[in-house]
Design a protein around this ligand. Structure first.
Ligand code: ZN
Length: 135
């Protein structure tokens, strides 16, 4: 299978544990080691207490749809074959919001609050794409 020309994630010291878990199909969420606040996307500093210390938890993968948009134009040539697709913001069961591709047509009766489940699409180029599917 030919490799895709989609952009690859830029792993950093802060995001490496997220990408490692994603390769195993697990959605990991960063947790402040001082105040316990969960955060997603991975980042250096806690929004709540400004601590630099963090660990990780495995998310359940359960979430509800918060909002979405339908991409009709490929904003990167690598996604030209995917349009139209639904880009969704979901509220994870654990609290933080996450952005991913919704595996569902836009005209399928999407409603805020509908239950979705996270999964990772393992691409041929080695990247892991976060997707959500109706539960
Ligand atoms: Zn904190």
């Amino acid at each position: 299978m030919a490799t895709t020309d989609k952009p690859l994630p830029h792993e950093t010291e802060d995001s490496q544990p997220y990408w490692a878990k994603a390769k195993g199909g697990v959605l990991a969420i960063q947790r402040c080691a001082d105040c316990g606040r969960l955060r997603h996307y991975p980042r250096l500093v806690c929004d709540n207490c400004h601590s630099l210390e963090a660990d990780w938890i495995d998310a359940s993968g359960r979430a509800v749809l918060h909002s979405w948009t339908v991409a009709h134009h490929a904003f990167h040539p690598g996604f030209a074959g995917d349009v139209p697709y639904v880009l969704a913001t979901v509220e994870l069961e654990e609290g933080p919001r996450a952005l991913g591709i919704l595996d569902c047509p836009a005209d399928a009766g999407l409603k805020p609050g509908m239950a979705v489940t996270a999964r990772f699409e393992q691409r041929a180029d080695g990247a892991s794409e976060l997707h959500f599917a109706p539960a």
